[in-house]
Design a binder for this molecule. Sequence first.
Ligand code: HEC
Ligand code: HEC
Length: 381
Amino acid sequence: MSYRLGVLWVLGWVLSWGSVPSHAADCEPSFLAFSAKMHPLLRAKCAGCHDAAGPGPGHSVADAREAYRAATNLVNFDNLPESSFISMTRNRHWLEHDSRAEGASTAEIQAALEAWWTHGANQCHGLNGFVTTSIPLPADLPTLESGKFKALRWDLSLLAPKVPGLENAYFEIEAQRFNAAGTGFPGSFRWRKPRIATERAAVAFRGIRILLNKTFNPLENAYLGLFGVVPPGPVFAGAESLGEFPVLSSSPMILIEKRGFGDEVSIAFDKISVAAPMGCKNQAGFQSNAIPAFVAGKCFDCHGGGPDRARGTLPARALFSMADEAPVFCAKALSRVERANLDNSALITYPLQGSGGHPIVNGVSLPELKQSWLTWIRSEL
Ligand code: HEC
Ligand code: HEC
């Protein structure tokens, strides 16, 4: 394990140990942030009517956890102004029940909701955001020693009705048992090759989080900065490989286990929706800068296509065929670019650094290849 991964691993362990949620709907960071500001405000300004005795619903009861559970249904972090807390405060509904009640100002409630979000709820996308179903981590995950990974898959059509139009669309990521738990320290899992596969429409996404038991650890954030648009293509959901869809990041990530193989995994997206397919803007730049680099790197030998119309080899041509019309090839190459971190793009790190077990190209100047691709990529952004 590299030094950086090692440091993250230890920090992640320190921070996540002992924060196992006690209730499926609870997420500790969110609960703690609620307890710090929102709950005291509710106690001070609203408990006159929202305590256990009523007459209003019990979002201001003394028991912070009970109040929290009631309050989570009254806030919409995707759209704060739509939250019942805001609309009910703005219309000063308390005056209907007691003309002398003071309530609170919308600004006060808004500030408390924002603090609840920024200090904790933003780590708990089980409450808001776009979260897949949870699946138990398979007990037969391959170990680090085996060198193998197992692909886990989520059906994105289940995000409907919140996200319509994702029929025959999937999220997939490969997982491995990284180290087993020992005396006094937890075990961990390793993840790599996140992909979105989509048949009907292009899918735009932003911010991918892997949640263990609905909790996100802010230090385990390798995929948080990702965003882009995945072009549609045929999806083979019954097969071992989903089809030809881009690997969205070349970075692996370690997650510390919470309950070992009792852990459940779900995936949260900050944003996900169907989108217009995104083509390349600069076809000329692709021809003059990128194509010569593909030729020099002998990419077509395995991935197919190129001036000699190479057949390519499996699995390279099945995972990323380069034997398409120029605009399609360009769009495919662009979908393997990591927009928030260009140097880390799979298009570059797979062949030049051997990410994902890729053969490293030799006999050419790697910095020159990289520069040619980057020149074209920058012209697309
Ligand atoms: C004088 C009594 C009174 C006070 C004070 C009061 N409320 Fe209410 N509130 C009620 C009653 C009664 C209801 C339920 C009937 C209704 O919707 O008006 C209610 C309903 C609500 C609802 C909707 C709950 C739901 O389940 O849809 C919200 C949100 C709310 N109050 C927020 C607040 C906040 C925030 C405060 C403090 C700033 C507050 N209330 C202060 C009496 C009060
Ligand atoms: C010797 C054969 C070979 C050559 C040459 C080769 N590749 Fe690959 N490439 C592969 C294989 C095999 C895979 C599948 C790796 C895996 O299992 O994910 C792959 C996968 C990739 C991927 C990831 C595709 C995805 O989204 O899953 C990228 C990007 C890539 N290659 C780019 C290149 C580029 C650019 C070049 C030229 C510099 C190149 N490759 C040259 C064999 C090759």
